[in-house]
Design a protein around this ligand. Structure first.
Ligand SMILES: [Mg+2]
Length: 368
């Protein structure tokens, strides 16, 4: 089988409301869909969800590297030889993980379709079904508004709440306290500071009164501040999950050696695709550290890849495949019923609605 044509679809997905973290507010999702056609008639879809505040990529830079470098490189390659193509891309392109992820997701989609199997079965097949239950992610707002958002989320069926913090510690304490009071005890509360507390001292100040309510604290300090991650792991009872500090498998290996982190947040848009994400998970598993498959708030195609990854591997215990629940529209037939997402069929198991894509698309580029 050979790749005969690569089409880059630049598109924007509207959000229900702007998404606010300690890093920046996001008014809409700027995404790139990659369509990879083959001489065998199979079409694979991949998605890039660039986040410049994490990896330095924009939608435009992702489109550019796909158009100028990676698209031409993969023409005529065998899409089933995923490892070989991924190696070729890696050896030519440093960085640009969202672009590389888009390509590998499309290749894995083709591989699954060619085998007539859902991707999660090919990647490991740990779960019986490719389905998962997503958390509700709460944007940073006032404590009262966040408590009300949390109560609404539980009312609508969510069992896990991910609380964006990383602001001023005293206000963050009030946020978590108010949310804890607003939801039933059985609701799992996780907090993500997105580096906002910068150092161990501020983190300890922020967590002193709320640690007991949380199942995990994600990336409390600056991504480069590994020494403070190590220090905090010794001082805190709540598990610490590095996110921005861990992009690749070798980052995870380094953090484990240094004693930083109890579990790790894997994102396909940081690792540059599924193979490297699986390596990161394996490194973590070998050190008895579970992982989460996180998201950059992908659209449906990227979300489906995350669902398969989570369902494939036992060590991936949590997810944040929240994209479909934050957007007003999608461009696929992905099936979701809050808070659950289910994929079915071979490959990624999602079909792209070309009319819906055309409505959201701002640019289309064909490489052949
Ligand atoms: Mg995070």
């Amino acid at each position: 089988m050979q790749i005969t044509r690569v089409t880059i679809h630049r598109y924007e997905i509207p959000l229900d409301e702007p998404f606010v973290t300690a890093l920046k507010p996001i008014p809409e999702l700027e995404r790139v869909l990659l369509e990879v056609e083959t001489d065998g008639g199979i079409v694979g879809w991949g998605e890039g969800a660039p986040a410049y505040e994490v990896t330095g990529e924009t939608q435009g830079s992702t489109v550019a590297v796909l158009k100028e470098v990676i698209g031409p490189l993969i023409l005529e390659k065998d899409p089933i030889a995923v490892e070989r193509v991924v190696d070729d891309v890696w050896s030519l392109v440093d960085g640009a993980p969202s672009a590389r992820a888009a390509v590998e997701i499309a290749l894995q989609d083709i591989r699954g379709k060619a085998a007539g199997m859902p991707l999660y079965r090919l990647l490991g097949g740990a779960a019986a079904e490719p389905t998962l239950s997503a958390p509700k992610v709460l944007s940073i707002k006032s404590p009262e508004e966040m408590a009300s958002d949390a109560a609404d989320a539980v009312e609508s069926g969510y069992e896990q709440i991910k609380i964006k913090v990383g602001d001023e510690p005293a206000t963050d304490i009030r946020r978590v306290q108010a949310i804890d009071e607003a939801v039933p005890d059985r609701t799992s509360l996780k907090a993500d500071a997105n580096q906002g507390w910068r150092d161990a001292k501020t983190t300890l100040e922020a967590l002193r009164e709320i640690e007991e309510f949380l199942d995990v604290i994600e990336q409390p300090v600056s991504k480069e501040n590994i020494a403070d991650l190590v220090f905090l792991r010794k001082r805190l009872d709540v598990p610490i999950m590095p996110d921005e500090s861990v992009e690749t498998a070798s980052d995870a290996s380094d953090l484990i050696r240094r004693g930083a982190g109890d579990l790790y947040n894997i994102k396909l848009m940081k690792t540059g695709g599924i193979s490297e994400a699986a390596r990161l998970n394996a490194v973590a598993e070998a050190a008895n550290r579970p992982t989460q498959i996180g998201s950059m708030v992908e659209g449906h195609v990227g979300t489906a890849a995350g669902v398969h990854f989570a369902a494939a591997l036992d060590n991936v215990i949590w997810n944040e495949m929240v994209g479909p629940f934050m957007t007003t529209t999608g461009v696929t037939d992905l099936s979701y019923d809050l808070p659950r997402i289910e994929v079915s069929g071979p490959g990624l198991g999602v079909g792209v609605d070309r009319d819906a894509l055309a409505e959201l698309r701002s640019e289309k580029l064909v490489i052949e």
